[in-house]
Design a protein around this ligand. Structure first.
Ligand code: ZN
Ligand code: ZN
Ligand code: FE
Length: 757
């Protein structure tokens, strides 16, 4: 054995702050008889250790192999250091505020060690609020900084002696675990019966499982809000839930206890498995093989699947006979997910047969996050629990900038130093309760992150409630075109600050000419954009009505390209529309009454979904494009054509050929696939045109339409094949949930340029 004393300096980079990393380092240093210190720095964590060479070797091994689950080590650099003769190991604290901010971690799924403890620790046998430094609630319970128990909703629960001992012992895994609790001192569940009796319960798992297997619906308080839960393999139960929730079409998420069971019913690749089992525990969209009860995914080709993240979820599956349960947000229609027990008892009992709450307050509401995998990478569709409020590093100084976001799937962002802190998914601000949630969350982020806005970025649309809120703050405001923000958001997360080809395929957003945009090819950087090409605009008869009645958009395209005569032919997609109604719609287009012009790509997808009869009326946002994608097959290479007239991309040939295919009896699946292939080809063709004229080779894809996995992957593949450097979203959604990041980046760039002048 080598008894030589040695000193080493370790630089650990990656996600190593705010995840119990320093106490972890302390523990493994003590275990290996090492002295020295550990401290946070801008890049990560620095460690100085002194001791026997073999002990340092073993320390290094443990550092890499046993790090807390929520941490992610990007690199460990070891350099030899000078022996300084330390007599102990210590955690060096800096009183730096930016360090305190990194302590606001997202919520972390219960860790394997705690799941083991719950079987053996006498004071926690079966205790469903078990947690430690490596897992448990964080963002959902924190009220203020510094992150300390009395500043969380654990405040009313006084630690018992045993918990206090663990909390104070640096060698314990629960050292400074703020939500530490046990059977004697922590929160408890409460079961509310149909007859409004209630009962305290250490773990209600057995009772809930029994109800689920019987076909009942339970409103269950989760980490960031209530869920409705029922048997996902019981069609009658799922239908009942749909009916009571009046959630006609929206697919529901399903929870399984393990990956093996998921693989029996869905196709799961390596990246998808990684997402499913990550400590963030998002909902992962998976391709159906042998789906659950038909009403769960309701005709979609994918299902949102997730794995247990609260101890109670794990306990449920010990008692459940069914393999899968529906876990869908516990709210009334479009309101934000319910977090207060009072409201749950008042509002959710018309939907649920039983309500199960617990007596710890949820302070920050979070929904389950949603991801999908395309081109081998996890991509966010909804960024909330597990991801928020992890900051995003930008290359620009964002300090003091508030980005108000869009309106429909709103999130906002605040700037701290060179970081962007994005809010959790807020939702559709047109709903009064959601708007209240937005305003409240802004106040809470401001307090939590010690943020005072000095510059505001918002959407160009004056009617967006986020824009109006931004203006009401009475601070200098920059208005940013919606699709420029989409592209900037993708640029920001990819660290790009130069001229690019920006492709924004999107639903709606106000253009700078007053019309609705959404099929845009920009030559742009963070400062400026030039609208190089765009989709041929069509009138949207009825304005906002078209999103629920895509047949109107199909009518508009047909009328524009083929005139009124086309409607003399039998068009089966109009079977449900009476002749008078159609006439009124055509007249409205003639007279330009409530017929805003739109170049939105989402509308083109709507029109094709309607024309093929796949979706003529839609119950929820983006249903038509989702159903159209669901019918696209991977193994069809056919395509249609389009024209480019000056800067406009014109679709009359596309519609002509689709009508012809319909008449010939070509299957809708083939038509849909050919349409998708055409869209990808269109992106490539236009991009090549722009590259020829500008020599720009970097291309950035954003906008809600790129949530379409078929289109996204196809576009990426053929663009790469043609030598383009392709940038896409991963960390923020390509839908309007990513807009705030783009607004923030643009405002930061403008601010920096002004300073230079
Ligand atoms: Zn744990
Ligand atoms: Zn205790
Ligand atoms: Fe958008």
């Amino acid at each position: 054995m080598n008894l030589q004393m040695k000193a080493s300096l370790f630089q650990v980079q990656g996600l190593v702050q705010g995840v119990g990393f320093r106490p972890f380092i302390y523990r493994i240093a003590i275990k290996n008889n090492l002295n020295g210190w550990v401290e946070n720095n801008n890049e990560g964590v620095t460690i100085h250790v002194e001791g026997l060479e073999s002990d340092i070797e073993s320390f290094k091994k443990m550092l890499v192999q046993t790090a807390p689950q929520a941490s992610s080590i990007a690199s460990v650099k070891e350099t030899e250091s000078k022996l300084e003769g330390f007599s102990k190991f210590e955690i060096r604290h800096s009183s730096n505020l930016s360090e305190a901010i990194t302590e606001v971690s997202p919520d972390i799924a219960v860790c394997p060690e705690c799941l083991a403890d719950i079987q053996i620790q006498q004071h926690r046998i079966g205790y469903p609020f078990i947690n430690c430094t490596n897992c448990g609630p964080r963002f959902t319970i924190i009220k203020d900084l510094p992150y300390d128990r009395h500043q969380t909703t654990m405040h009313p629960f006084a630690m018992c002696d045993q918990c206090r001992k663990e909390y104070s012992d640096i060698l314990d895994r629960r050292f400074h675990a703020q939500p530490v609790a046990c059977l004697h001192c922590g929160p408890v569940y409460m079961i509310h019966f149909e007859d409004s009796n209630k009962e305290e319960s250490v773990s209600p798992a057995r009772q809930i499982a029994e109800w689920i297997d019987k076909g009942s619906i339970i409103a269950l308080k989760g980490l960031g809000g209530y869920h409705f839960v029922c048997d996902a393999l019981n069609e009658k139960a799922v239908q009942t839930l749909r009916k009571r929730k009046s959630r006609e079409g929206k697919p529901m998420a399903v929870m399984f206890s393990n990956v093996e069971n998921i693989k029996k019913r869905f196709s799961v690749n390596e990246t998808e498995e990684k997402s499913l089992t990550s400590w963030k525990r998002p909902i992962v969209l998976l391709r159906n093989l042998e789906p659950c009860a038909p009403s769960v995914s309701n005709g979609m080709h994918t299902t949102g699947v997730l794995m247990p993240y609260m101890p109670l979820h794990h306990q449920l599956f010990q008692f459940l006979k069914t393999e899968a349960i529906v876990l869908t947000s516990g709210n009334v229609s479009d309101e934000p997910v319910t977090i207060s027990d009072e409201e749950a008892l008042k509002n959710l009992n018309t939907i649920a047969d039983y309500i199960v709450s617990y007596n710890r307050e949820i302070y920050n509401r979070t929904d389950d996050s949603v991801v999908f995998v395309a081109d081998g990478k996890e991509r966010l569709l909804r960024r909330s629990r597990g991801y928020v409020p992890s900051p995003m590093k930008l290359s620009l100084n964002t300090e003091g900038i508030f980005a108000a976001g869009a309106e429909l799937v709103n999130t906002f962002a605040i700037g701290k130093g060179t970081q962007a802190i994005l809010s959790q998914h807020i939702g559709d601000l047109k709903n009064a309760e959601t708007l209240a949630f937005y305003e409240e969350s802004f106040q809470r982020f401001s307090r939590l992150f010690r943020f005072a806005p000095s510059l505001i970025a918002c959407d160009l649309h004056p009617d967006y409630l986020s824009t109006q809120f931004a203006r009401s703050l009475g601070i200098e405001t920059i208005e940013i075109q919606h699709h420029h923000a989409h592209i900037a958001s993708c640029m920001a997360e990819n660290g790009i600050d130069e001229k690019v080809i920006g492709v924004a395929l999107d639903g709606t957003g106000l253009g700078d000419d007053g019309s609705i945009w959404g099929g845009e090819f920009f030559v742009c950087d963070l400062m400026d954009y030039e609208r190089a090409f765009y989709f041929d605009p069509v009138p949207l008869p009825g304005g906002d009505k078209v999103t629920h009645e895509p047949w109107r958009t199909a009518v508009s395209y047909l009328y524009k390209y083929f005139g009124k005569d086309i409607f003399a032919e039998k068009l089966s997609f109009l079977d449900g529309v009476d002749a008078k109604h159609l006439e009124v719609v055509l007249q409205a287009i003639d007279l330009k009454i409530n017929c805003p012009l739109s170049s939105g790509a989402g509308r083109l997808f709507d029109a094709v979904a309607a024309l093929t009869g796949i979706c003529t009326r839609s119950d929820f946002h983006a249903e038509a494009p989702m159903r159209l994608e669901a019918t696209a097959a991977q193994n069809c290479r056919g395509k249609y054509v389009f024209d480019i007239e000056e800067r406009r991309i014109v679709f009359w040939k596309l519609f002509y050929l689709i009508l012809k295919d319909l008449k010939m009896g070509v299957s809708v699946s083939e038509i849909s696939t050919k349409f998708h292939n055409t869209m990808a080809l269109l992106v490539l063709t236009v991009a090549k045109n722009i590259r020829k004229a500008t020599a720009i080779n970097k291309i950035v894809l954003s906008g809600g339409t790129f949530q379409n996995r078929y289109l996204l992957e196809k576009s990426i593949f053929i663009l790469r094949d043609s030598g383009f450097e392709v940038f896409t979203h991963q960390k923020v959604p390509s839908n309007d949930g990513g807009i705030a990041l783009g607004q923030l980046a643009i405002a930061a760039k403008i601010k920096a340029m002004k300073k230079e002048l």
